[in-house]
Write a protein that binds this ligand. Structure first.
Ligand code: FE2
Length: 195
């Protein structure tokens, strides 16, 4: 079954990036949707399994593209959903959870900002059910650095395409704007889904 693009409209609630930056980003997201659908079709119709080779093969190309495109779709949807909000604050349930695993909400925040600065792809607060812990993880690409079965809770795109048009090389300003405008209502629903 084909993946269908979710509709994200630019509104005044999207306070982290301007419309131009948003539109560019949305086109990239559409590109990942198109590519995963193209790859899935090719995987369905007799891919060259016999020629599979880890140095180079068409099948390897499809397998590399499959997780890159699909994780690109999933992470962008989480990101677009959580970049609204007007300087609201997380509620006590979220703060207690972050206190438990990071020492305090402020310590989590500092750690997340550092994680974002250290990332070439994504910074993610996730819940890892295997160790029953919240973790800030750093991805260098959509499918490089993920923790299996972890659930994304806060997702920040740190690819240069996410901010460079608007913020140029001022990565810190982009991260700061994101931290101050996280949509905590969306995040709360994600926290509750893994309780
Ligand atoms: Fe992106």
């Amino acid at each position: 079954m084909e993946l269908v693009k979710l509709e994200f409209q630019y509104t005044d609630d999207v306070t982290v990036i301007n419309r131009e930056q948003f539109d560019v980003h949305m086109r990239l997201y559409e590109g990942y949707i198109n590519k995963i659908n193209e790859i899935d079709k090719l995987l369905m119709k007799e891919p060259d399994l016999e020629g599979a080779n880890s140095t180079y093969s068409k099948f390897r190309g499809l397998k590399r593209g499959e997780t890159y495109a699909l994780d690109g779709v999933i992470l962008h949807e989480f990101y677009f959903e959580n970049i609204g909000g007007y300087e609201t604050q997380p509620d006590d349930m979220i703060k207690r959870a972050l206190d438990r695993d990071f020492g305090s909400y402020d310590k989590w925040k500092k750690n997340f900002v550092a994680t974002a600065k250290a990332s070439r792809g994504w910074a993610i607060l996730c819940f890892d059910p295997r160790s029953n812990r919240y973790r800030n993880i750093s991805l260098d690409a959509h499918d490089v650095g993920n923790v299996q079965i972890s659930i994304p809770l806060i997702v920040l795109d740190m690819y240069e395409h996410a901010y460079f048009l608007q913020y140029a090389d001022n990565k810190a300003e982009y991260i700061n704007k994101f931290m101050n405008n996280i949509d905590w209502e969306v995040i709360k629903a994600r926290f509750e889904s893994c309780l």
